[in-house]
Design a protein around this ligand. Structure first.
Ligand code: 5MM
Length: 336
């Protein structure tokens, strides 16, 4: 078990966070379409390799979550991608769920699939160099949602996934994402997120998952993106801390937030405020997809040959988030 704890520490030590580069081909195609770049395997690799070779990887990015396509690709310098990531002092991870599908019994909600054959797939990813994995459950907030059925079934899947991952000597990232879509209040997000997280840990414990070898990847507590309610970043940080303090068992070593559609700046500022308030034993860091990549992707799409320029944009974002993970970020440093 100390082996798993060491992996967690390596990923999250000294303000390091996680680069979520595990967009499925469909999602990556949407992102590339948005900036007018053809979504080919070559272009997806080129963009991702550019990020993985950035100099701040060494100081800021303790883990990279890959998608099945990427973990099997070879870089332009003929390195296997997990080797390239290790060479940058970081750990390679892999998304192992196969996506969220309509939930039988509540077809307007989602259940994440991918348990069948998972034990064998994990062995293969381990051989390819993965040290950790990720599985995302996804929940909508509305008058009736998330339903008990969705909360229960996704927690059950996350627990079965985590137990199999630890059996294979890798660290499971447990990602229950309560989406910000909708007109709900921050209080509703707080209540639903607390219920979802508590259920996840209840199931993880039932499935004998060692909580010391787990990273939780939750959403922050926000008002819905169509809500009239506007709450300050300070309130976001306070609600988020209160929610996690009361729903995450103290054995869990690390929490790495998803950005969930926040702007790059918002995600950094909120993480910084959370860490200023953090008096718990949890490491509070980031596992951002969009909030680490947006600026770099926009720059790259207009200057596809400018590797250095793209890396400069990414390096800055990674640095800012690593400062925020230590409560040391400020607007002044951001614009320096
Ligand atoms: C990077 O995107 C991840 C997977 O997307 P799909 O399976 O839908 O293609 C996603 O799970 C991501 O890791 C988290 O949502 C965090 O990303 P954000 O952009 O919310 O920080």
């Amino acid at each position: 078990m100390s082996e798993l704890k060491n992996i967690v520490n390596k990923i999250l030590e000294n303000g390091k966070g996680i680069l979520a580069a595990d967009e499925s081909t469909g999602t990556m195609t949407k992102r590339f379409d948005g900036v007018g770049v053809p979504s080919t395997p070559e272009n997806r690799l080129l963009f991702r390799e550019t990020l993985f070779c950035s100099s701040e990887m060494k100081n800021c990015i303790g883990g990279v979550i890959l998608y099945d396509e990427t973990i099997k690709q070879t870089s332009s310098k003929k390195n296997k991608i997990p080797e390239l990531i290790e060479g940058m002092g970081s750990c390679a991870g892999i998304k192992v769920d196969t996506g969220a599908k309509s939930l039988a019994g509540s077809p307007n909600e989602k259940i994440t699939e991918g348990l069948d054959g998972l034990r064998d797939r994990l062995k293969e990813y381990f051989k390819l160099g993965a040290k950790f994995t990720k599985w995302r459950g996804v929940y909508n907030i509305s008058k009736d949602f998330p339903s008990k059925l969705s909360i229960h079934s996704n927690a059950h899947a996350l627990a079965r996934y985590s137990a199999l991952v630890q059996e294979c000597n890798m660290v499971p990232i447990v990602e229950p994402e309560v989406l910000m879509d909708g007109d709900h209040s921050a209080k509703e997000c707080f209540n639903k997120t607390s219920e979802v997280i508590k259920k996840c840990f209840e199931e993880l414990i039932l499935h004998k998952v060692d909580l010391k070898g787990v990273i939780l990847k939750p959403n922050m507590i926000l008002a819905g993106n169509k809500s009239k309610e506007k709450i300050s970043n300070e309130e976001v940080a306070k609600l988020t801390m209160d929610c996690l303090k009361s729903s995450v068992p103290s054995e869990v070593p690390g929490i790495a937030f998803l950005s969930g559609g926040q702007s790059e700046l918002e995600a950094t500022e909120n993480l910084n405020l959370i860490n200023k308030l953090n008096k718990t034993g949890f490491i509070m860091s980031y596992s951002y997809g969009r909030a680490l990549q947006q600026g770099a992707l926009k720059f790259w799409s207009k200057n596809i040959k400018d590797i250095e320029g793209t890396q400069k944009v990414f390096n800055h974002r990674a640095k800012m988030n690593t400062l925020a993970a230590q409560g040391k970020w400020s607007k002044e440093i951001e614009s320096r």
